[in-house]
Each structure stands twice: as C-alpha cells, then as structure tokens.
Design a protein around this ligand. Structure first.
Ligand SMILES: [Zn+2]
Length: 287
C-alpha cells in the first residue's frame, strides 16, 4: 500500500521529448508545480537537532534518527541503483529532511505542499534541489529508502514511466536481504499459482500517480522484480531502456522495446512468479 506516500513532484515538463507517447508523457508529468516552497532546509537550519552531509547528500533532522543506519540505507539504495540499472546520483544536492512527528511535518509543509497531510513521506523537486521529507515513525526507514530511490532516479533521468519509477522505489524500499521472504513476495507466489501475473499493458496505461491504487503499486513492484531477476536478458532490457532515456531519447513503451521483446520475459511472467527467486547481488545482509 503506497498511495499515501508516493507522489513525485517534478518540474521537468520541458524536457519531455516530442513524439513521446501520451501515456508515457502522462507518467512523466504527474506533477504539481509548487513554486512557493519557501521554507527550505537552508533557511531553517537552526531548528535541526542533527545535520549531516556526505558528498551531495545532506540530512537535516529534528531528532536523532540514528545517522549511521540512515547513511547505510541511503548508501545501499544508491549502490543498488547503480549495480542493478546503472542509475547514479548527480552532484546536485539531495536534502533529506526529517521531522520529530507527523504534526511537525504537516505544520512545516502543509501550506506549500497540502498533499503532505495524506502522505507519510514526499519526494519534492525544488529546482535543482531534490528534497525528501519524512517524519519519525516505525516505517521511516522504508519510507526513506522509497523516496531516496525517487530522488536518485529523477536526478539521473529526465523522465521515466510511472510504473518503473514506483516499481524501483517499491523494490528498493526493502533491504536486499528481506526481499525473498517478504510478505508481498510470498503473496505473489501464491497468487501466481492461481494464474496471476502483472499486465505490462495495464501498467503502461496508468494515467497518473494520483490515480494509482494498491494493486497497481503491487504490480509495478512485481514487474520490476520480474525484470531484475528473471534472466540476464530481462535485466539488461531494463538497463538498456533506462540508458536510452538517460540520453534524452524516447524509447517508446517498454512492452514494444526491442530488447524487452527479444528477452521473451513477459510471456514467462507467470512461471517466474510461481517460484519467484530474488537474486542477492551484493551478498550484503545489513539491517
Ligand atoms: Zn513512490
């Protein structure tokens, strides 16, 4: 269930190339333009109990979030994005801004980002600054991993299909060592035994993030699992697809992307999910 924490704010209209299909343009344009977010982290530094900076990533927190674990999670997400799909952060700043509780988070954001009331965390692109807002809760680590994934994806890519954006964020929000036996993995295995598999055409027809329901988040995650784990060819198809977008070109729908078609992965989806193995690439088992 992710419809309370997943809207991506972006200001990338002008970089969507002509000829991009309307469905994919919709994906890239699921935006709210909010130019009046005046309370930036820099302007409010005195309120932060804990601050940290590593490279281009900055953390501001109203409480001690356990910086070592937090950095480890951020580093793991960045490393996996690079290893899995060759996506890397740029040198533009990513600010992670953490509030002591939901009330503080809403008071800070509500006037500029009203949607924050319904969300546990938000990624917001504020010009060249990529901001992640969240508050202390038992799901903070999951929320952070999810939104940091969005931040790095949007630094690397001028646009991307909604299902890949959410699919990778959902995939990476779980630490690598948890994925094989997580409840949603087990649920997908059971559903596959009665014939289920996600539909790529349905995912490509999702009009915008606001309309996404829980099943569509699940299927975005599942399709991403399939591509990353079914075979070398399926993973390479996703890498190549994102590489085309990184160059600013429009590859068209993934279902018609030649490398994806050649990999033959989509017709094998149900048989993959019946067993649904998830590769451990790094061998890391932190957390
Ligand atoms: Zn999301």
């Amino acid at each position: 269930m992710r419809d309370d924490s997943s809207t991506v704010f972006s200001v990338q209209f002008s970089r969507v190339p002509c000829g991009w299909s309307s469905v994919m343009r919709q994906s890239a344009l699921r935006v709210f333009i909010l130019v009046n977010l005046t309370l930036t982290a820099h302007a409010q530094q005195s309120r932060w109990t804990v601050e940290g900076k590593r490279g281009s990533i900055e953390i501001y927190a109203e409480f001690d979030p356990g910086m070592q674990d937090l950095w480890e999670n951020v580093d793991n997400v960045a490393r996996e994005l690079k290893d899995l799909v060759a996506v890397e952060p740029t040198d533009k700043p990513i600010q992670i801004i953490l509030f002591r509780d939901h009330g503080s988070y809403v008071r800070y954001l509500a006037s500029s980002v009203p949607q924050s009331r319904q969300r546990r965390a938000i990624f917001y692109q504020n010009g060249d600054v990529y901001q992640v807002y969240a508050f202390r809760s038992r799901t903070l680590t999951t929320d952070l991993r999810h939104e940091v994934t969005h931040a790095i994806l949007h630094q690397h890519l001028p646009f991307l299909p909604l299902w890949i954006d959410e699919g990778l964020a959902e995939y990476l929000e779980e630490p690598e060592s948890f994925r094989s036996e997580s409840s949603r993995t087990k649920s997908a295995r059971w559903k596959a035994r009665v014939g289920w598999s996600p539909s790529i055409q349905s995912l490509e027809n999702i009009p915008n993030a606001e309309s996404m329901n829980a099943d569509e988040y699940r299927d975005s995650w599942a399709m991403t699992c399939l591509l990353l784990n079914e075979s070398e060819a399926s993973r390479q198809a996703l890498r190549d697809y994102l590489a085309v977008i990184h160059k600013g070109e429009a590859p068209g729908p993934f279902s018609k992307f030649q490398k994806a078609v050649d990999s033959g992965v989509i017709p094998r989806a149900n048989s993959y999910f019946r067993k649904m193995s998830i590769r451990l690439d790094s061998g890391s088992s932190r957390q």
